[in-house]
Write a protein that binds this ligand. Structure first.
Ligand code: GAR
Length: 214
C-alpha cells in the first residue's frame, strides 16, 4: 500500500524534492499528501501543487501551543501514515508529539547524539570532529533526542568551513532519508518503548547509509 507522507518544512526543501523525485522515479512507494510550514514564504511549499500546501505563522494562531494544535488538526486531516520533518525549524510540543507518536520522523544534520539543535556544521568544526554527518530519528518532545534509526557519515576535511561541510552532509542526507522512508513505507519500521525497531528487532546501532540508496 502506498504510504501517505505529511511533510513539515520551514526552508529550502531540498529533502522534500528528493522525496518527490524518488516518488516520480518509482523508487519510493509513497505519496506526499501535504506540506506544512510555519513559514508561509518557505520555498519548500512551492515544490508541491497549491492544494497540498498549508502554512500559518505561530503568531497568527495565538502562540506556540495553539499553532501546534492547528497544525496537528491539519496534518491529521490528511490521514498520513508518516509525518516527516525535513528542515522544520520549530520544536514540536509534547501534545503534537504524543498525537503522532511512532510515526514522526526527523532528519538532523549531525551524528546524534552529537550537536543537537542549531549550527551543527560550525559546531562540528569547532569541536575538531574528524567525522560529521546526518541522522534520521523518531521525534520525541526532547530536542533531537528520539531514537536514531540511521546515520550517514562524511569526513571533515582540512580547509572546510560550515558551508563546504554542510554541502557534503546534504549530499548524504537525501539518500539517507530515502533509505529510511523506503523501510517506513514497506511497514518494516516502528518505534517501541522509545526504541527504533526494524523487522521486529530493536535497532541498537544506527543503520549505516547503504551504498545502493539514491
Ligand atoms: C537539512 O540540512 C536538515 O538536515 C536540516 O535543515 C536542512 C534543510 O534542508 N534540519 C535541521 O537542522 C533540523 N534541526 P532542506 O530544506 O533543503 O531540506
Amino acid at each position: 500500500m502506498t504510504a501517505r507522507l505529511a511533510i513539515l518544512a520551514s526552508g529550502r526543501g531540498s529533502n522534500l524534492q528528493a522525496i518527490l523525485d524518488a516518488i516520480a522515479a518509482g523508487t519510493l512507494d509513497a505519496s506526499v499528501v501535504g506540506v506544512f510550514s510555519d513559514k508561509p514564504e518557505a520555498p519548500a511549499l512551492q515544490r508541491v501543487p497549491e492544494a497540498l500546501r498549508w502554512s500559518r505563522t505561530p503568531k497568527s494562531c495565538g502562540g506556540r501551543a495553539a499553532f501546534d494544535a492547528v497544525l496537528g488538526d491539519a496534518v491529521a486531516a490528511c490521514a498520513p501514515d508518516w509525518i516527516v520533518c525535513v528542515g522544520y525549524m520549530r520544536i514540536l510540543g509534547e501534545a503534537f508529539v504524543q498525537r503522532f507518536a511512532g510515526r514522526l520522523l526527523n532528519i538532523h544534520p549531525s551524528l546524534l547524539p552529537k550537536h543537537k539543535g542549531l549550527h551543527t556544521h560550525q559546531r562540528a568544526l569547532e569541536a575538531g570532529d574528524a567525522e560529521h554527518g546526518a541522522s534520521v530519528h523518531f521525534v520525541t518532545a526532547e530536542l533531537d533526542g528520539g531514537a536514531v534509526i540511521a546515520q550517514a557519515r562524511v569526513p571533515v576535511q582540512p580547509g572546510d568551513d560550515a558551508d563546504t561541510l554542510a554541502a557534503r552532509v546534504l549530499a548524504v542526507e537525501h539518500p539517507l532519508l530515502l533509505q529510511v522512508l523506503r523501510l517506513a513505507a514497506a511497514g518494516r519500521l516502528a518505534e517501541r518503548n522509545g526504541q527504533a525497531v526494524l523487522d521486529g528487532q530493536a535497532v541498537f546501532t544506527p543503520l549505516p547509509l547503504e551504498s545502493t540508496a539514491t
